[in-house]
Write a protein that binds this ligand. Structure first.
Ligand SMILES: [Zn+2]
Ligand SMILES: [Zn+2]
Length: 339
């Protein structure tokens, strides 16, 4: 089958005769329809995120069940599904205490074992979710990023009437903006460096948008939010600038969620006095504990719009073009691979 594997930093292989996976007892084989290209994949490609090189990459995928293992009970061939790629061990302290996203074995498919940039993927039954006919495969490929965004919003503990700032309007930033609005935020301010993304944030429910190439966010925060300031800041970029700003922008008593994936080497200066004096809560947010079904439900209920985020589509044999579009095309929001 066709598949893309990463070989080493900056090097991938497109293969036409990668072995088709066989199901083990509790696995299904999914014929992959769509698989999103995620920042994490690009970080792995650039050597900025730890992964098992030589595995098939891609963790945001949907498709049709082709084959099931002997012990599989919930699915049959032909079922339309999406996947939670974060396979867990079910044994460690974290799995046993309801914090599966901290499992010592994470992350899973597409990072440490074969994922979705291939014609077929082997997936444990417990990671598979049915999708209704009304949800397209493209939409279903957003279940994973959406489930991560739901975890980010849960961690932000938004209360009705809160003012929320979402720093960054990449694909997941735009999901966070929509979810913040759904959570009852009074104002949702979205920021971006690219006009197309600001337009999209505006369209998807941001009450204000800020072009950070034109103004300093810290200077304009009172202009856009008034004296009330921001109750919740969600950092969805992972850059030094936005990480620092997230602390500066929070009002006293505010909550800061670090959702963006920064380089593991990044260090930022922090003024402990500022955190002390403003009594800030700084909260990390990692992947998607127990949120995949909610993501599928939100897609089925059409409460979160994802289809229009797709700006580029490529076949597996066009991975160079996909990486180029991801990295260099200003109009890019979501790049979708179509195995
Ligand atoms: Zn992802
Ligand atoms: Zn575990």
């Amino acid at each position: 089958m066709k598949a893309i594997t990463f070989k080493s930093k900056g090097e991938y292989e497109y293969s036409k005769d990668y072995p088709v996976p066989e199901p083990r007892e509790n696995d299904v084989i999914v014929e992959v329809s769509q698989c999103g290209l995620c920042g994490t994949d690009v970080h792995i490609y650039n050597g900025e995120f730890e992964a098992n090189f030589s595995v098939v990459i891609g963790h945001e995928f949907s498709g049709t069940i082709e084959e099931v293992g002997d012990e599989v009970t919930k699915f049959t061939p032909g079922d339309r599904v999406t996947v939670n790629p974060n396979t867990i061990c079910n044994r460690c302290e974290f799995c046993r205490s309801g914090r599966e996203n901290l499992c010592v074995t994470l992350p899973g498919l597409g990072v440490n074992s074969d994922g979705g940039f291939a014609e077929y993927a082997r997936v444990p039954e417990r990671c598979v979710y049915s999708i209704p006919d009304t949800v397209s495969f493209t939409e279903a490929a957003f279940a994973e990023p959406l489930s991560c965004a739901i975890n980010g919003i849960n961690n932000a503990r938004i209360e009705k009437g809160d003012n929320v700032m979402v720093l960054g309007s990449g694909p997941t930033g735009l999901l966070l903006t929509q979810l913040a609005k759904l959570s009852g935020a009074a104002k949702v301010v979205s920021t971006a460096k690219r006009g197309k993304r600001l337009e999209m944030a505006d369209k998807l429910g941001a009450t204000e948008t800020v072009d950070v190439t034109e103004v300093d966010l810290v200077d304009v925060v009172t202009e856009v939010l008034g004296e009330d300031g921001a109750d919740v800041i969600i950092e969805a970029v992972g850059s030094e600038t936005t990480m620092k700003q997230s602390i500066q922008l929070a009002k006293p008593g505010g909550r800061v969620v670090w959702f963006g994936v920064s380089s593991p080497e990044l260090e930022i200066p922090v003024k402990p006095f500022e955190i002390y004096r403003k009594e800030l809560t700084i909260q990390g947010s990692f992947v998607n504990p127990y949120t995949t079904q909610e993501a599928v439900d939100l897609l089925a209920e059409n409460k979160v719009k994802v289809g229009e985020l797709v700006t580029h589509r490529f076949g597996l044999d066009e991975f160079d073009r996909a990486i180029d579009a991801y990295s260099n095309d200003d109009s890019r929001i979501k790049v979708m691979m179509e195995p």
